[in-house]
Design a binder for this molecule. Structure first.
Ligand code: ASP
Length: 414
């Protein structure tokens, strides 16, 4: 039977979802609409359900299979270097474009969008975020979805397992390996539902997001969308080509289902199962590399979010009529990077983290609140786009690192 490939099914679902979304605009009470959007809700719940056990088992197995401390240090270093570098490049793109286009200059915002900033949960300071990486109780970290805490504990557990006398033969290692395999099977089963889930999610976005708001902050949306496009269409493919010698189109094709999932869920975490599957099955990266690099990336490597933090704060400064000094712009670059590391891989996390950056340059929460209210109204489509950039960068990093570890990629891409 000539079955449609998953990414084709997903693309069709996106088109159909956009049409049904238009059809149901203003009719969100109808039964059919609610049945359609519940498919999206069920899909997201299924993805969220597997995230914690998947991240946990994936990192434990990943770290423990990079047997020597040396190799772990080497891969870890490359991972962090790549994440740091690409996020910084993204920020510089955001910085240049926002200074060039100046979307906030002359922008007037409707006061009806004012909202109380205390309604957003406060992100806490950067130092706090780093200390909070160490969970008081790993079980609590898992039950509350504290990703950094889970990652920290899983890495330590993996490292400790390599120190056991019977090493790779130990019972505990075999147990986690089998557990991880089971989680991957469960992931595969859930991913088969992606087209239905995407259909429900896109229908909801199109049916509920009005277009009018885009006009008042149109330039802002365009600036960020342009920056994200430059990063994903030129910068990342260029890096990919230089380090792997392969055609970046291959990689876009390999990652299409994951990108579509990121677009419709706005969550790097929820997309992680799909990202792992695409990187391993389509790009041919070994599980050893992907199971360590990807979960880490979904949590700390967010190029799209980093670009957005920087451009967003400059936009706020322009609307407020504040002229930023070079030093303040530097503070924004550094805090935008930290904020993107601290942002969780969930919808709108980046918007909340913007307060970290505005506080660092000394803007008052109250002044910022009005503008963030409007930014919130257009955040969903931007969030969809920056999540795609976030996971694409993770996948490029994984391929680069796999290649540098002597793996051959794309040999048997279907
Ligand atoms: N939604 C993004 C993600 O999951 C984070 C953000 O809001 O920028 O990657």
């Amino acid at each position: 039977m000539n079955k449609l490939k998953l990414h084709h099914q997903i693309i069709i679902a996106m088109i159909v979802g956009s049409l049904t979304g238009f059809l149901f605009k203003g009719e969100t009470d109808s039964l059919v609409y609610n049945i359609i959007i519940s498919m999206g809700i069920i899909f997201i719940r299924l993805l969220k359900m597997i995230i914690v056990p998947l991240i946990f088992s994936s990192i434990v197995v990943g770290v423990s299979s990079i047997a020597s401390g040396r190799a772990l240090g080497r891969i870890g270093l490359k991972t962090v270097a790549y994440y740091f570098l690409t996020s910084l490049l993204a920020i510089l793109i955001g910085l240049s474009l926002t200074n060039l286009i100046a979307p906030g200059v002359g922008t007037t915002l409707a006061s009806s969008n004012a909202f109380d900033p205390s309604s957003l949960s406060k992100p806490g300071s950067i130092g706090e975020i780093l200390i909070r990486m160490i969970p008081l109780n790993p079980v609590h970290a898992a039950s509350t979805g504290d990703m950094l805490g889970i990652i920290f504990f899983s890495i330590l557990l993996g490292v400790s397992m390599t120190r056991l006398e019977d090493g790779s033969n130990s019972f505990v290692r075999k147990f986690f390996e089998s557990f991880f395999k089971v989680m991957m099977k469960m992931t595969e089963m859930i991913i088969k539902l992606a087209p239905l889930g995407v259909l429900g999610l896109i229908t909801k976005v199109v049916a509920t997001t009005g277009l009018a708001i885009f006009i008042s902050v149109g330039k802002y949306v365009v600036t960020i969308a342009l920056g994200l496009s430059i990063h994903i269409l030129f910068v990342l493919p260029f890096i990919f080509y230089v380090f792997t010698g392969k055609n970046p189109i291959l990689h876009f094709r390999a990652m299409a289902p994951a990108m579509a999932t990121a677009f419709s869920t706005s969550s790097s975490n929820a997309t992680l199962p799909m990202t792992i599957k695409c990187v391993e099955k389509n790009a041919g990266v070994s599980n050893k590399v992907s199971s360590f690099v990807l979960p880490l990336g979904a949590t700390i490597n967010m190029d799209g979010t980093a670009l957005y933090e920087c451009a967003g704060v400059l936009f706020i400064a322009q609307v407020l009529g504040v002229d930023l000094t070079m030093y303040q712009q530097l503070v924004i670059v550094v805090t935008a990077l930290l904020a993107s590391i601290g942002a969780a891989g969930i919808p709108s996390a980046g918007l909340v983290m913007i307060f970290i950056v505005t506080q660092a340059v000394g803007f008052k929460d109250q002044e910022v609140a009005l503008i963030v209210g409007t930014m919130l109204a257009v955040d969903r489509p931007l969030d969809m786009f920056r999540t795609v950039v976030n996971i694409f960068s993770d996948s490029v990093g994984t391929s680069l690192i796999a290649k540098s570890e002597g793996e051959s990629l794309y040999d048997d891409m279907d």
